[in-house]
Ligand binder design. Structure first.
Ligand code: ARG
Length: 478
């Protein structure tokens, strides 16, 4: 086997090596192609670090001024694309140090004092994810808003609520749509809870042991918008809980979107015919001219696989790693970035699909009583008359069996037949045998009746206003 070597002019670690890294090592090791997106966060960390070095007397005022100006210039060059990483830059930190050296000469080399890529990368990723969690949250709010808006139109629209995909009891379609909003509200809470735990700055931990230089990690943390600095430098450079936990939240979101997607696929099928998608949010077939497919819903369902996979990737990678930093941890970034990217793609598409879809209220209402969904009303009616539920269930079961045998509805049974099934059944029972009365009877907190659904809707809409504000707050200072 031959090993070709390449010399690396910008490397951060060449001193004790006699030659450059083997080509195969360089190619395995390089992460700049995906971690370049951390550049703005790395630069923010550099600005804070430069100030702390100056405060410690390790940079004089003039050097600090030059350093900050060069960092600003580099940031602008990164943003415009004038400064790009090259194949020789191992990672984002290497590339940015090169950019600084190009601007400042040897002065640029002072910034690395008291700092390591280990605390840098952990800091950058926390900043990136905290920033982007808010972006994901905003997209979640927009999807939830779209669902709430549709729900508003269907507070009273009856639908056949299901368990096991079998008609179970009538519900309002507004309640059904809001049942997709509640998990999104929990996801928003998860993001905020996660954010509070992620708001800890590793900067100042150095490679693993902190620093002998008079740095001020607490001040740096404050400058970078963190709540606090890490209390243990070894934990700080090794901790990727925040990545795994973020990926759990995104996987959970994926599962929620998948369920919504699956329902839209069913609702738009010929068999259901409950929903028609707007042309702009549906796709056609290359061979069957009549087709209109719910590809957005299917992609939402499909994306959950990779979101769950990202969580598994990171947990498996972390399992059994010894303290402190291990290079394995470089593998944390792609799943985290991918989760953000996928959600930023799928959430706006779903929101557009939901807000433009047409709900066929007539078909939903017609389907609501089908399959004896009012049977529970009969049993509850018997209970109100003092019949133990066990017996009421039995009696109602007999009534259903009779209707099935005669292929008729529950309210089409004669007075005589009712009496024959049970002494407790009298013609009065017909008063509960309408979908409208069944829904109106559901007045308790959280029920599907129009009253509680209107309350739920108002509460959800209120919460979403608060979440929008939270999502739009910026956490990373310029
Ligand atoms: N690219 C590395 C990562 O993402 C940065 C930290 C490298 N540190 C080191 N000691 N090699 O984890």
């Amino acid at each position: 086997m031959t090993s070709s070597t390449s010399t690396n002019r910008t490397s951060l670690w060449g001193g004790r090596f006699s030659g450059g890294p083997a080509e195969a090592l360089a190619r395995l090791s390089v992460s700049v192609q995906f971690d370049w997106r951390l550049a703005p966060y790395d630069l923010a960390g550099s600005r804070a670090h430069a100030r702390v070095l100056a405060h410690a007397g390790l940079l004089d005022a003039e050097e600090l001024g030059k350093m900050l100006a060069a960092l600003d210039d580099l940031e602008a060059a990164c943003a415009s694309g004038a400064f790009r990483p090259t194949v020789e830059d191992e990672d984002v930190h290497t590339a940015l140090e090169r950019g600084l050296l190009e601007r400042l000469g040897t002065l640029g080399g002072k910034l690395r004092a008291g700092r390591s890529r280990n605390d840098q990368v952990a800091t950058d990723l926390r900043l990136y994810l905290r920033d982007h969690a808010r972006g994901v949250a905003l997209r979640l709010v927009e999807l939830a808003d779209a669902l709430v808006e549709q729900a508003e139109r269907h507070v009273e629209t009856p639908a056949p609520g299901m368990t096991h995909v079998q008609h179970a009891q009538p519900v309002t379609f507004g309640h059904w749509l809001l049942a997709h909003v509640q998990p999104l509200l929990r996801d928003l809470e998860r993001l905020r809870d996660w954010d509070a735990r992620a708001a800890v700055s590793p900067l100042g931990s150095g490679a693993l042991a902190g620093s002998s230089l008079p740095l001020d990690p607490v001040q740096v943390a404050k400058e970078l918008g963190f709540a606090t600095a890490a209390p243990n430098s070894m934990d700080a450079v090794a901790d990727r809980d925040f990545v795994a936990e973020f990926l759990f939240v995104t996987a959970m979101i994926g599962v929620h979107l998948s369920r919504l997607g699956e329902e839209v696929v069913m609702w738009t099928s010929q068999e259901f015919g409950w929903v028609e998608l707007d042309d702009a949010f549906a796709t056609g077939s290359s061979i069957m001219p009549q087709k209109k497919n719910a590809d957005i819903a299917e992609l939402a369902r499909g994306k959950s696989g990779r979101l769950i996979g990202g969580l598994m990737t990171v947990l498996t990678m972390l399992k059994g790693l010894p303290l402190t930093y291990d290079r394995d941890m470089q593998e944390d970034k792609e799943p985290a970035f991918d989760a953000v990217d996928q959600l930023q793609l799928v959430l706006p598409a779903l929101a557009g699909m939901i807000s433009t879809m047409t709900v066929r209220a007539d078909r939903l209402a017609a389907a609501a009583p089908v399959g004896y969904t009012l049977a529970t009303e009969v049993a509850d009616w018997l209970v109100r008359k003092g019949v133990p539920f066990r017996e009421a269930h039995e009696i109602t079961g007999k009534l259903v069996a009779l209707c099935v045998a005669r292929d008729c509805a529950l309210d089409e049974v004669s007075d005589e037949d009712l009496a024959a099934i049970s002494d407790h059944l009298d013609p009065d029972v017909r008063s509960v045998l309408s979908v409208k009365s069944a829904l109106a009877a559901r007045t308790t907190y959280g029920s599907t009746g129009p009253g509680p659904v209107a309350d739920q809707l108002a509460a959800a809409a209120d919460k979403l206003i608060t979440w929008r504000t939270w999502s739009e707050e910026s956490v990373v200072p310029r």
